[in-house]
Design a protein around this ligand. Structure first.
Ligand code: DQA
Length: 145
């Protein structure tokens, strides 16, 4: 079981970025939590963060033969990147879309995800728990719990 976690733009700033919305947990904390749980379950997990749309598209394309699942927080690209949506639609591994904040409780422009229609599912609003819930769902599906 090989899982790729992709963090999009501005998520490298977690911990200091709008803590009233995103909390004080850093990206390193989230990755460490996921790494610990994946190792415990015998799954392999890799991490990537980029602020650049093309880098994310390249990573999604390359994931097709190397990973069984992708956990993706596309950040603001969630709301308008047709390029990321098309990359997800083009590859084999299912993508679970995650958000730290509840995008439906925020500004109206965040209510629409162009990724959701091509994702396996979406988890929004649970903070770092959104990523952990996505990982648990994958482990559950793969019978690795
Ligand atoms: C986010 C929500 C997006 O609307 C925002 O642009 C982000 C983070 C989240 O994790 O809550 O960068 O994806």
């Amino acid at each position: 079981m090989n899982i790729l976690v992709i963090h999009g733009p501005n998520l490298n700033l977690l911990g200091m970025r709008e803590p009233e919305i995103y909390g004080h947990t850093t990206l390193e904390d989230i990755n460490a939590l996921l790494q610990k749980r994946a190792t415990e379950a015998g799954a392999s997990i890799d991490f990537l963060q980029s602020n650049h749309e093309g880098v994310l598209v390249d990573a999604i394309q390359k994931a097709t033969d190397r990973y069984d699942y992708i956990i993706l927080n596309a950040g603001a690209f969630t709301h308008y990147s047709i390029a990321i949506r098309d990359a997800i639609a083009a590859i084999k591994p299912p993508v679970i879309e995650v958000h730290l904040s509840n995008i439906y409780q925020r500004e109206e422009f965040r209510h629409n995800s162009v990724i959701a229609p091509v994702a396996l599912g979406q988890i929004s609003g649970l903070g770092a728990g959104s990523y952990l819930a996505a990982l648990e769902a994958i482990l559950w599906k793969a019978d690795l719990r």
